[in-house]
Design a protein around this ligand. Structure first.
Ligand SMILES: [Fe+2]
Length: 479
């Protein structure tokens, strides 16, 4: 009977929030039932049971309670427990539902990527966000990749490169137990998408049939020098399936529904078959701002005769979405774990959009040809933050501004090179590229969307970074 749940080891997370629904997520240490309670009083004196979810071994004892029929722009207090009894307390965490789709509302959100905690003091970026929760009325957090570093055996809590499903689950349990992160996620709604390290460093498929996956030769060499066993230097498709199952359990299960989810096999794992064109991409809205969260990783192929990033089905979904939101949502955010407008002349890995110039041009030309305005790319991955602007050659000679905001890392070794090696991208679709700043330090991004003039909304990007020498948080901003 040691499989009975005694406590929640991760969560709660407020996932998939909209104007009328929410997904409350947690993971326990064994089998049980997750109970959600919802009320509008801080002490939950008016709370009602809001639903349950089974916590089972097949999902690593992670579960989500979906709650529907909420009122828009309304604050709800909640509790998530292993017991059917209403918990007692003075003040419970809360979330506020979004405005109805299309309603212009000013709002602020934060985003960032890359979290590799190393000490018991880790999580400074999350503590800094917590201090701003109320003063800046933050509405949600976007975590856009490298929410774990499954491959970094010195820091991932398991002392080896994750190769089994249990390994990947153990890495999440270790990294996401970070107290400031757990505290923040219980109080600020979150949207997540993976980057490479949820599986392995800079990994990709070698063939369109997805029979072979690989990591860079440098990683294999380093692991060989450090005496890592052969299974940690290879990436068989079954390991990718395990990593994506752990992704589903921790990041996908509470997200908004995927546009075209990948198929599952009888064991509940993604099949990753050749003919399966599904991806982890999804969309959501906050009032008159629309978000498309790309999956730049699971369909990525780099091998002989093949070089693709999003896959045709995701491309079709993205292009259809862009045309749908073009005139109905004045502000559009394209979430891409990899940077698109920022290239480095020493980028040997070619792991960003610069390594996929045909697809990068496809997006830029599509935005330009269709005159799609109000587009902001949100990127991560680089371990430095930046703001870059460019102008698209729109229809009838119209110059259309395009921005890229990047925030990375929440916590990782900062990338000192990116600042000095930036070069504008080479593309016939854009001109007048400008790097406004590039910051190499622990950071998070804060985006302020101002709809006080509904016909002329403004977007301001702030990067808040830690000056480690002075122990102070500082800020750079555009817009
Ligand atoms: Fe990273």
């Amino acid at each position: 009977m040691n499989n009975i749940a005694h406590r929640l080891i991760l969560g709660p997370i407020i996932g998939g929030l909209s104007h009328q629904s929410v997904n409350l997520w947690a993971r326990a240490d064994g089998e049980g039932t997750l109970h959600a309670f919802l009320g509008q009083q801080p002490d939950l004196s008016d709370a009602q049971p809001a639903g349950t979810s089974p916590l089972q071994a097949e999902n690593g004892f992670a579960g989500v309670v979906p709650i529907r029929n909420l009122q828009p722009e309304t604050t709800y207090y909640y509790a998530l427990t292993l017991s059917p009894d209403l918990p007692q307390g003075e003040r419970f965490p809360s979330f506020t539902t979004f405005p109805p789709p299309g309603e212009p509302r000013s709002f602020n959100f934060v985003f960032g990527s890359c979290f590799r905690p190393t000490t018991e003091h880790s999580g400074q970026a999350f503590r800094a966000i917590i201090r701003r929760l109320e003063t800046d009325d933050l509405r949600f957090l976007l975590m856009i990749g490298d929410q774990i570093y499954a491959d970094q055996w010195k820091y991932n809590g398991i002392g080896k490169v994750a190769t089994t499903l249990e390994d990947y689950r153990a890495v999440y349990a270790h990294v996401w137990s970070n107290p400031p992160l757990r505290d923040l996620l219980s109080r600020l709604p979150a949207f997540m998408i993976l980057d490479d390290h949820e599986v392995d460093d800079d990994w990709h498929w070698l063939d369109s049939e997805r029979q072979w996956a690989d990591i860079p030769i440098l990683d294999k060499f380093i692991r060989w020098i450090e005496g890592r066993p052969p299974q940690e230097r290879q990436l068989p498709p079954q390991r990718v399936r395990y990593a994506l199952q752990a992704y589903w359990e921790h990041q996908g299960m509470h997200a908004p529904p995927m546009l075209h989810p990948p198929r599952l096999n009888r064991g509940g794992l993604y099949t990753l078959e050749t003919k399966d064109t599904g991806s982890l991409a999804y969309t959501f809205t906050f009032g008159a701002a629309a978000f498309f969260v790309m999956d730049t990783r699971t369909m990525r192929v780099r091998g002989r005769g093949a070089q693709t990033m999003l896959g045709e089905e995701q491309w079709a979904a993205l292009e259809e979405w862009l045309l749908n939101v073009k005139d109905t949502y004045p502000i559009k955010f394209l979430v891409t774990s990899s940077a698109l407008l920022f290239t480095m002349f020493v980028d040997v890995a070619r792991d960003r959009w610069s390594g996929y110039p045909r697809e990068r041009d496809r997006l830029l030309h599509f935005l330009a040809a269709n005159g799609i305005e109000g587009v902001y790319l949100l990127a991560g991955d680089l371990h430095s933050a930046h703001a870059v602007s460019a102008e698209l050659y729109g229809p009838n000679q119209k110059a259309i501004p395009l921005w890229e905001f990047c925030a990375s890392p929440f916590e990782q070794n900062p990338n000192w090179l990116s600042r000095f090696t930036y070069i504008p991208i080479l593309s016939g679709a854009v001109h007048h590229q400008r790097k406004h700043f590039c910051v190499s330090a622990i950071n998070y991004g804060l985006v302020r969307v101002d709809f006080s003039e509904p016909h002329a909304p403004r977007v301001r990007f702030e990067i808040h970074y830690l000056d480690e020498r002075k122990g102070e948080w500082k800020m750079r901003a555009v817009g």
